[in-house]
Design a protein around this ligand. Structure first.
Ligand code: 5AD
Ligand code: SF4
Length: 440
């Protein structure tokens, strides 16, 4: 039996794509192994959102250059594959297969071509949506499952490769999404995460024509499903009905990830984000007005071309105003094909680093304050794991906070996948600590 190894970089979309690829390979009779050394076929499912992510895969390939002579086949999947196409063969000549995410349904065929002695095969077409129906998905987690609801992106943010790597938007039918949700529930899953590059622009292609909020409400009604999350959102398409749905149904988790990218309207314009700071803040106000205490997280890019000290100050001010629960922050990275490459006023790397450090320290203080407010409260967690070193269970709250806890008088049974109430006793910038509530 031929053996494969797969390593995944990048976002949840990629993680879920790998689950689909693994299912497909297993169905083709391949066996999965845990190290590239033990494999005949080595797959890298890649990310190209920033230059560093792209470099990672070429470093990995470089590491195994000598192995290629020993009968191993190397395959590059995902966003770098789509972005670089046949150039991957030039940059890493021992690679034999290059395939973007929109072409994964062609993988079995591409593998046959390889077996038949073809030295280099590619799947780079962007005009397919067949990856939606993937009965072969091999899910990694028995309790929490991803469901793709929309692929691709029709926006053209000036810094972003995604429209080039994942193609135009294609929404999946609501019938198909709800069917998968029901199947997952009957398979014992209790949490669903709806995935898309921009879930808010979801538009059901059936005559029902549901928007995202309607789909979300309906997925939230699936018997057996206790938690529904979604990612990622674009402020421009984010409507109030989503917040109303969350306010009305506790199954819909009280967490929204709403990437802002910058607190300066001038920079947002240059980024082609299609909203102003004020419009973004209106959405934050909807969330803050909800009775459900919604956790808000975001993505920020510092050092975008032309970002002045004053623009940066506005981003810091936005952090104070919103008081995010968590922020993913990045230095702007130049990407191939993107409009921002043409801008003349790129910032020096050390200035970007300086701003990033300031921003992260400011946000750390905010998180210490915000998380501190949970001390003394009771939170329901889904148990995700056990940390042997600390003797603590690892739980996740509806707000997506990590809550590490002990369970006194614990009888040794496996709690992973169960839901428990936990009293929060301490808080740090990135997680909470607590003790399970014991019912007498
Ligand atoms: N440089 C830095 N960060 C980027 N992101 C997207 N493109 C770039 C880039 N060229 C960030 C954005 C996005 C997150 C997934 O990655 O903040 O929301
Ligand atoms: Fe990376 Fe974006 Fe591709 Fe996800 S969609 S793997 S974040 S480039």
């Amino acid at each position: 039996m031929k053996k494969f190894y797969i390593e995944t970089f990048g976002c949840q979309m990629n993680v879920h794509d790998s689950e689909k690829v693994i299912g497909t390979l297993l169905a083709q009779g391949y066996g999965q192994v845990e190290t590239p050394e033990a494999a005949d076929l080595v797959f890298y499912n890649t990310c190209s959102i920033r230059d560093k992510a792209e470099q990672k895969v070429f470093n990995r390939l470089q590491q195994f250059k000598k192995e290629s002579g020993k009968g191993k086949t190397f395959a590059v999947l995902g966003c770098v594959a789509q972005q670089e196409g046949e150039r991957v063969f030039e940059r890493a000549p021992h690679v034999s297969l290059v395939c973007g995410s929109a072409s994964y349904n062609k993988l079995p065929e591409l593998l046959i071509q390889l077996e038949n002695g073809n030295r280099r095969v590619t799947g780079l077409s962007l005009d397919t949506d067949e990856t939606f129906e993937t009965p072969l998905t091999r899910r990694d987690n028995p309790h929490r499952a991803y469901i793709t609801i929309i692929e691709g992106c029709d926006k053209s943010c000036a810094y972003c490769v995604v429209p080039f790597t994942r193609g135009p938007e294609r929404s999946r039918t609501s019938v198909s999404v709800l069917r998968e949700a029901r199947e997952l529930a009957s398979g014992g899953y209790t949490e669903i995460q709806l995935l898309g590059q921009n879930v808010n622009s979801y538009r059901d292609p059936t005559p029902a024509g549901w928007d995202f909020a309607t789909l979300l409400r309906n997925v939230g009604e699936t018997p057996g499903i206790r938690r529904v999350r979604f990612t990622t959102s674009h402020p421009r398409d984010f409507c109030k009905d989503i917040i109303d749905a969350i306010s009305e149904n506790p199954v819909l988790c009280n967490h929204v990830h709403l990437p802002v990218q910058s607190g300066s309207t001038k920079v947002l314009d240059r980024m082609q984000r299609l909203y102003s700071r004020d419009e973004y803040m209106r959405r934050i106000e909807w969330m803050k007005a909800s009775p459900r205490n919604i956790a808000i997280t975001t993505d920020i890019i510092v050092g975008f071309p032309g970002e002045t000290e004053e623009d940066f100050e506005q981003t810091l001010d936005l952090l104070d105003q919103v008081e995010y629960d968590s922020v993913f922050s990045f230095k702007y990275s130049q990407r191939p094909n993107t409009p921002a490459l043409q801008y003349a006023d790129h910032l020096p790397e050390d200035e970007k680093s300086r701003r990033l450090a300031i921003l992260q320290e400011r946000q750390r203080q905010i998180q210490i304050r915000r998380n501190g407010a949970y001390v003394g409260t009771i939170q329901e967690v889904m148990v995700e794991g056990f940390n042997k070193a600390t003797g603590q269970w690892i739980g996740r709250t509806s707000q997506h906070k990590t809550l590490n806890f002990i369970r006194p008088a614990h009888g040794g049974e496996n709690l992973i996948g169960s839901y428990l109430d936990v009293t929060v006793t301490r808080a740090g910038p990135n997680s909470l600590v607590g003790e399970a509530v014991i019912l007498n």
